[in-house]
Design a protein. Structure first.
Length: 418
């Protein structure tokens, strides 16, 4: 099988032992609820003293206490392995998972990706690429966690552009012939999660042949796997692999477990995968002055601001109401790039102003309606052009999109040895 060509590999995948309650084991991705420590406190209370992935991760809201917490995380990982609380569930294969979310049931394939075929360096065109800019300053604290960790859990979600549904959906149709691994309700309004082992010649052969066939439809410098969520986690795995690869004999590099990072592949065309724009709100501003600055900025660059016509359209929200703004002859390839270029310029000239990135239209309207605030509602994102946008731009502007609400993000369930 030509898995090397498509950048993924089957792996030994670990799951909590049958004696462990999966409902107290699985928890939401560490980069969620960063401003809501009360969410995490409730999660710890829900898990109680039971074995839980909560003890194997460092929620980002608590990064400031990383130095004291990381040794305990590493110790818990080793303890769970030693006590048989985290055990091999798939010897050489994948996990097909089905997650119920408000929009329906979302399919994913848990696998490992080859970090030799991934890069976040600007201008590189590997098979596996980030969709948004990678901020190098965010990697060091994550690297501290990964160094010395015997296992990794994953909240990385990687997208494939499979409009004909040839990769994941046929596996789901064979559910009755797959070995069920788990079936339970997730804590804290996370919905329901089911999983099956994809193993043996038939299962592995389908994944191999279908992804290779998908790759064959792509052109030069193909983008097969696009990182949707967990971009900095995958970048951290790559940085760690770069640290250790040169210390290894060449014969060990091919199959060293740190070369491969655990992730979940999702079809961007899955109807339950919601792509939502991330909106912008400014505070410490006078909306009329911001609009005047935007007109001047646009005029200086060959653009015009109007209330209609062709171009990149936004809804501007403030205490005075809402207005449609269309940027004609936009400088950005997509609306998010056009507005963010202006906002970066404005913020550089107005240090008293601040920006925040907001999920959800109603939240944006509430915040933008306050005195001294102004919001920018971005248009919906077209899944059909998403991969093309990434290929044209290299990476999308920061905070371009969100894959569903916080409760719909990936929960930690599977693990892999590093």
């Amino acid at each position: 099988m030509a898995f090397e060509r498509i950048g993924i590999r089957p792996a030994e995948i670990l799951l909590p032992a049958p004696s462990v309650n999966p409902e107290t084991w699985a928890c939401i991705a560490c980069d969620q609820y960063t401003s809501e420590p009360e969410y995490w406190q409730k999660a710890y209370e829900t898990a109680g003293d039971a074995p839980s992935a909560l003890r194997l991760i460092l929620p980002e809201y608590d990064l400031k206490h990383g130095e004291e917490r990381i040794p305990a995380i590493h110790a818990a990982m080793a303890d769970y392995l030693a006590k048989g609380l985290l055990v091999p569930a798939v010897e050489n294969g994948f996990v097909l998972c089905e997650r119920s979310v408000p929009g329906g049931s979302r399919l994913g394939l848990v696998c490992t990706v080859d970090l030799e075929q991934y890069s976040f360096e600007k201008g590189s065109l590997p098979l596996i690429r980030p969709t948004e800019q990678t901020i190098a300053s965010r990697l060091p604290p994550r690297l501290v966690i990964r160094r010395g960790a015997p296992v990794e859990l994953t909240h990385i979600m990687i997208l494939i552009d499979d409009p004909d549904r040839t990769v994941l959906e046929p596996l789901r149709a064979q559910e009755d012939s797959l070995r069920k691994l788990y079936d339970f309700d997730l804590m804290m309004n996370g919905g329901h999660l089911r999983g099956w082992a994809v193993e043996g010649e038939a299962g592995l052969g389908h994944v191999d042949s279908s992804l290779n066939a998908l790759l064959d439809t792509l052109g030069e410098n193909p983008l097969l796997l696009a990182v949707g969520d967990g971009n900095h986690s995958l970048a951290t795995a790559k940085a760690y692999w770069n640290e250790i690869r040169e210390t290894l004999p060449e014969a060990e590099r091919e199959n060293h477990p740190a070369r491969y990072a655990l992730c979940e592949i999702v079809n961007i065309h899955d109807t339950a995968l919601l792509f939502e724009p991330i909106h912008r709100v400014l505070t410490g501003v006078r909306p009329m002055e911001v609009l005047a600055a935007w007109r001047d900025y646009a005029a200086a660059r060959g653009m015009t601001l109007t209330s209609g016509g062709e171009g990149h359209a936004f809804t501007v929200v403030s205490a005075a109401g809402e207005a449609q703004v269309v940027v004609r002859n936009p400088e950005g390839a997509i609306p998010c790039e056009t507005v963010q270029k202006f906002l970066d310029d404005f913020l550089a000239a107005h240090p008293e102003a601040e920006i925040d990135f907001i999920h959800g239209e109603q939240s944006l309207r509430t915040l933008a309606g306050a005195e001294g605030a102004m919001g920018f509602l971005l248009p919906e994102i077209d899944k059909n052009t998403f991969f093309g946008d990434v290929e044209r731009l290299g990476v999308l502007p920061r905070k371009t999109f969100s894959m569903g609400e916080a409760d719909e993000k990936r929960y930690y369930m599977e693990a892999k040895r590093i």
